[in-house]
Design a protein around this ligand. Structure first.
Ligand code: HEM
Length: 221
């Protein structure tokens, strides 16, 4: 008996799912950054925010599950699309395209896996009990103290800074191709298609590098 095709069966369907899960993940990164920026308001504000998240109880676990599924779908389908493209053109182009996007597109192939490694490192650094990598005394209910003590270690901060640049490149190209996939490539949107990916990448990188750098520079302590 023939099975009905689902969204994940076709190339375009896979691209749409990569785009939609990308939107979910970007939403998380933005909200996470805005929440974390409360570190500049002091320990009470950041710790109260962290406590309010924990109070969500089962809802927090639903959000974590949605995130986990989105990350997995995003990774598996992206790898599948890369594999399909390699099978379709095993020899490669004799004359490489020099469009502005190709540099960012090539970076997707390695920024993606490196970001996955960063996420595992980041969870081990800040959340998994007993795995406070970067040698600081982890305190389960004092996120502010973890923040300050965690980023006082220069090599840890260096890892975070490099990861944020990778994240910026990934978001830049990701949002650019999202517009293509969702069909927003009408000339009327040309300006937006150029500006929005840059704005997204710069905002996230600036917000995320400001925090570890502020700790290392002693601006917050
Ligand atoms: C400089 C940038 C970042 C800082 C300062 C930061 C800070 C933190 C802190 C302090 C926690 C622990 C919160 C708690 O114990 O309640 C945390 C958790 C987490 N972070 Fe980040 N983060 C950053 C970037 C990122 C990025 C780029 C991602 C993903 C792409 C990410 C994903 C997560 C996840 C999944 C958790 C666990 C959330 C949970 O327990 O539900 N973070 N982060």
């Amino acid at each position: 008996m023939e099975r009905t095709l689902t969204l994940g069966d076709t190339s375009i369907g896979k691209k749409v799912l990569v785009a939609l899960t990308g939107i979910v993940l970007f939403g998380f990164v933005l909200v996470h950054m805005l929440g974390n920026l409360q570190v500049f308001l002091g320990p009470e504000a950041l710790n109260a925010y962290a406590a309010s998240l924990r109070k969500l109880g089962p809802l927090l676990w639903v959000a974590r599950l949605v995130l986990l599924i989105s990350v997995l779908v995003h990774i598996v389908l992206s790898l599948d699309l890369v594999r399909q493209a390699a099978v379709a053109r095993p020899v490669g182009y004799r004359l490489k395209q020099s469009a502005a996007t190709t540099y960012a597109a090539r970076t997707m192939k390695w920024s993606g896996p490196l970001l996955a490694c960063f996420i595992v490192y980041h969870l081990a650094h800040f959340t998994w009990p007993g795995m406070a990598m970067g040698a600081y005394a982890h305190q389960p209910h004092d996120v502010y103290a973890n923040f300050i003590n965690g980023f006082r270690v220069p090599w840890v901060t260096a890892i975070y800074l490099v990861a944020q640049v990778l994240l910026g490149l990934h978001l830049y190209h990701g949002s650019w191709s999202l517009f293509q996939t969702l069909g927003l490539n009408h000339p009327r949107y040309n300006g937006l298609r150029q500006t929005l990916p840059r704005l997204i990448a710069i905002t996230i990188v600036a917000g995320n590098v400001a925090m570890p750098l502020a700790v290392l520079a002693g601006v917050i302590s």
